[in-house]
Write a protein that binds this ligand. Sequence first.
Ligand code: NAD
Length: 308
Amino acid sequence: MAKQLSGTWVRDQLLEELKPRVEELRRRARPPGLAVILAGNNPASQIYVRNKVKACQELGILSETHTPPEEVTTEELVALVETLNKREEIDGILVQMPLPAQVDASRVLLAVSPEKDVDGFHPLNMGYLLTGRPGPRACTPAGILELLRRYEIPIKGRRAVVLGRSDIVGKPMAVLLMHEHATVTICHSRTVNLAEEARRAEILVAAMGRPALVTGEFIQPGAVVIDVGINRITDRAEAVRIFGAESERVQAFDRTGSVLVGDVHPRDVEEKASAYTPVPGGVGPLTIAMLMVNTVEAAERRLGACSA
Ligand code: NAD
């Protein structure tokens, strides 16, 4: 039976390690500051932001949330970002995605000062990642790397396949694995023979946003499988197909009317992988923890620079 890799366990370690660093910043100067922009009324985004703010509070990071309305314009958001860029006590600016449809998200992300870009999405920081220079890394892939390290899963020389090529997950994940000396393949919606490509992986990362698409035929026996997908299922028949009629997850579905599933088929991965991240409790907790790491590092860089 495959081993479950706990994102919660890694998150707790990461947050514990940050506490003395936050304490030191408070003692020397001031607490780190994170500004979050939550535009519009996306319910999932509201939950994500609430969890990020809660993590800040637990660590002693000061946070403030800006909530422009659904009809906000690109210009208004850029102006808000520029104001936050100038504020000394703000070390990190997070623009929660997705932005309302009329907003040009790439312009807003480009407006964030690269030194306050705690998501690592600014093209300058993406360039730093690609060329191996220090800088903030996208939180989800950076968290996955921490998980692999802390579970002592070797990466060097191994064949890694990343399913998905988004700027947020797939691309930075592939680059980070390459820097760790894996031999990396990136697959996407136009890949021919996806299962065949995936089956070559000793480390398989699924980040497509397609519920349980990665079935047994995608998984090499003994592979390590990282499931980034978070998909909410509201169709009972699909929940039964994925989890099995007798499962606790279907019972939970019957109580709440929905259930979360990753991109990886939960029963198939259990049978074929050597280790895998569950959904929930796998990659999700790592993302917020790495946001905290990036915020503390931004504060350390900025305050270090101030006192120099
Ligand atoms: P995205 O929609 O921006 O990108 C999806 C990628 O998957 C694209 O590159 C696309 O080419 C590829 N893809 C889609 N369908 C495919 C198919 N049938 N075959 C092959 N490739 C296919 O998504 P994203 O922002 O990268 O997020 C991916 C998933 O990860 C989503 O479920 C999202 O909710 C989840 N996510 C989770 C966390 C976390 O903290 N756990 C963080 C970010 C994203």
